[in-house]
Structures are given as C-alpha cells and as structure tokens.
Design a protein around this ligand. Structure first.
Ligand SMILES: Cc1ncc(COP(=O)(O)O)c(C=O)c1O
Ligand SMILES: [Zn+2]
Length: 370
C-alpha cells in the first residue's frame, strides 16, 4: 500500500496525488509540495540523512547508501578565514550532494510501483539516480549532454543504467528526457521538476543547524545551476524557523559561473524572472544551466533572506580549486565555485559574508578535473 504522501500542487490551483506518470501540471506549471511541518527529532545513532526522518515526508530507510551527515570543517586552520566552514558534500556515496535528492526520488518511485526511471543531468544527478536505482533494483536511463565528464558516464554505466548522450545543450537534454518519459510512461526522476528532490536537499540545512550546535549561520553560500541546493537549504531553514527553532533565516548567497549566469543577471536587473542566456563554455559544468526552470523561485529566496547572487570567473574557480587542493580538499571544478565566491567576497569586505559562513564542496575531484 502506498503510504500517505503529500500531493503535488501547482500555482494554478490544481493538485495531484503523486503517481508514476505525473511530473508537471496539466497547465504546464511546476509542481510544488505544500509546506511540511518540521518535527525536530534527530534519531540518535543514525548517521545518514534519515536521522531527520521525522522532518521528511517520505518514509525511507529501507533504501539508503548512508547518504547525508557529511563533515563540516573549518576552511582554514591558520585563522585567516575565521568563521568559514566547508561542508564536504563530495564525501556522499556517489561523490556529490545529489544523493540527498536522488534517494528521495528513487524511494518515491519504488513506493509508487515504478519499474523504469528516466533522468537528465549534467552528470552528478545522473550518477546519483543510477546508483540508487541500482540499489532499488530499478532500470534507469540517464540523458546527459555531450561533453559530460567521461568518469561520470563510466559511473552511470557501471551502476547498470543506460546512458543516452544528447548532442546539444543541457536544455535539449532535458527535452529529450521528457519526450522519453511521455512516450514510455517511465517515472521521471527529475531534480528540476520533482519537488520531492528538495525534501532531500533540505537535509543539508538540518545538518548545518545541528553541526553548528543548533544555530543558523549568518550566511549560506551555495552554487546555483538549477538551484536544487538553494531551494532545499531554504526549505530546511524555513522549516526550522516555522518550528520556532531559529528566529531568522541565514542570508543565501547564490553563486553562478560568470560564463553562464542567467540568475545573477536577473538579480542585478531587479527582475522577478530569469531570461535564458546563451552560455559560454565553463569548467563549472555542473552549474551551466542557461534556462533554470525554478529561476524565479531562486530570486525570491535570495531576496527574502537578504542575500545576493554573485558570479565567479574561470580564473577564480581555478585558483580556488588549487587553494582547496593545497589544504587537502579535492573537488571537481564546479565544487570550487561556492568557495571561490566566499574568498572574493571576504577579500572585498562584503557584508554578505560577515559572521559564520557555510559553503558546500559539492562534487568530488575524482569525477572531473580542470
Ligand atoms: C558539483 C555540483 N555542484 C553544484 C551543482 C548545482 O546544483 P543545481 O543545478 O541543483 O543548482 C551541481 C549540479 O549538478 C553539481 O554537480
Ligand atoms: Zn497548474
């Protein structure tokens, strides 16, 4: 029997019980979940994100690779970056934070009785869905744009998923995946469309809160492509505030690569929606999203929290990658983006990074190099 799962809702007023086929509204709109009341009851002895099972509307545990509860470390031991902490998301089972969301979607797919999954990805979400699908015994087909790191493709295939390389942009890849979903009735394990993904990335915030001694940092600096961590981290802290555990939200500073920065442009222009851009090639392949479907939501979140959207250059990414490596931290180029922004903003004396700052190191250097 399918347990009680929150229904999908659209801003047009329609709502839908989750099903294998449903991934967007009949009006074409994006599906959301109603705000979930957050019960703060971390399970002692559980060192995965299921420690927060009472805060997540998905009954899990049965499917887990031990995701979540990633280390939070000081950026520097010599005191020159005081208050800056890095969350080692690349220690996740498949090497990126996407495991947090993938475990939710594959758990949901299994509960709904799906047998086949489709996902599209710039790489890391695909590797995460492939691994959890394998764990759950479900078949998966992962669509990736040409140019995706060979190691990520190898990992996806290694887990037994079929890889379909789309000769085109990230947006063409998403379109090809959606067409396959509509043609075959497969479950669309999309980190862009399925709001259950954000119930997983939400645990990033819950962990930061707990690891800091049940307080919120002043600022979260987060990479932003499609914004799954921006949306999830916001959900987590908004839930903690609604539960009376904190009284203000951390500022959210979203970071994009200068060469593909549609959200930063919209923010700078004071706009409430994001115009697609023509991206230039960037080493930050994980955030090269020219037309983020939830861009308007990211803008709302950043503004509500008093944060900002900033960009970093290819050179800043490379220098931060090297600075991290020199401290024993080995990330893929996209994984250096948030830290690159922290370094620049601190050097400029920006008020956005005053006080305690937490930034994730999102993806492993074993998967892609500069
Ligand atoms: C290493 C890494 N960092 C950051 C991101 C950005 O995530 P999102 O597109 O959800 O904003 C990704 C996405 O694939 C990624 O792989
Ligand atoms: Zn609708």
């Amino acid at each position: 029997m399918v347990p009680d799962l929150p229904s999908y809702e659209c801003s047009c007023g329609r709502s839908y019980a989750p099903s294998v086929e449903r991934w967007r509204c009949d009006c074409g709109g994006l599906l959301e979940l109603p705000p979930v009341a957050l019960t703060w009851n971390p399970r002692p002895g559980d060192h995965s994100l299921w420690r927060y099972e009472d805060a997540i509307p998905v009954p899990g545990r049965a499917l887990s690779l031990g995701e979540g509860m990633t280390p939070l470390v000081e950026a520097s031991l010599d005191g020159d970056e005081s208050g800056v902490r890095l969350k080692i998301e690349y220690a996740s089972p498949t090497g990126s934070f996407k495991d947090r969301g993938a475990v939710m979607l594959v758990t949901l797919a299994r509960l709904l009785g799906a047998t086949r999954l489709v996902a599209d990805s710039s790489g890391n979400a695909g590797t995460a869905v492939a691994a959890y699908a394998a764990r759950a015994g479900l078949a998966a087909e992962i669509f990736v744009p040409s140019g995706t790191s060979e190691k990520k493709l190898h990992q996806i295939r290694g887990h037994g998923s079929r890889v379909t390389v789309v000769d085109g942009s990230r947006e063409d890849t998403a379109k090809a995946a959606a067409e396959r979903v509509d043609a075959t009735g497969a479950f669309y394990a999309s980190h862009v469309y399925n709001p259950y993904f954000y119930e997983g990335t939400k645990t990033y915030a819950l962990e930061v809160f707990e690891q800091l001694g049940e307080v919120a940092p002043a600022t979260l600096v987060l990479p932003a492509g499609n914004g799954t961590l921006v949306l999830g981290a916001y959900l987590g802290f908004a839930g903690l505030r609604a539960a009376g555990l904190i009284d203000r939200l951390p500022r959210i500073v979203a970071v994009q690569a200068e060469r593909c920065s549609p959200v930063a442009s919209a923010f700078a222009a004071g706009s409430h929606h994001v115009e697609p851009v023509l991206p230039e090639a960037t080493v930050a392949e994980g955030i090269a999203i020219a037309a983020p479907a939830r861009g308007a939501r990211m803008l709302e979140i950043v503004r509500e929290t008093g944060g900002s959207v900033v960009t970093v250059s290819e050179d800043e990414i490379a220098r931060s990658h090297a600075a991290l490596a020199a401290r024993g931290l080995w990330v893929e180029p996209t994984g250096a983006v948030a830290y690159a922004a922290v370094r620049r903003l601190r050097a400029e004396g920006s008020p956005f990074v005053e006080g305690d700052v937490v930034a994730p190191l999102c993806g492993s250097g074993l998967k892609a190099s500069l």
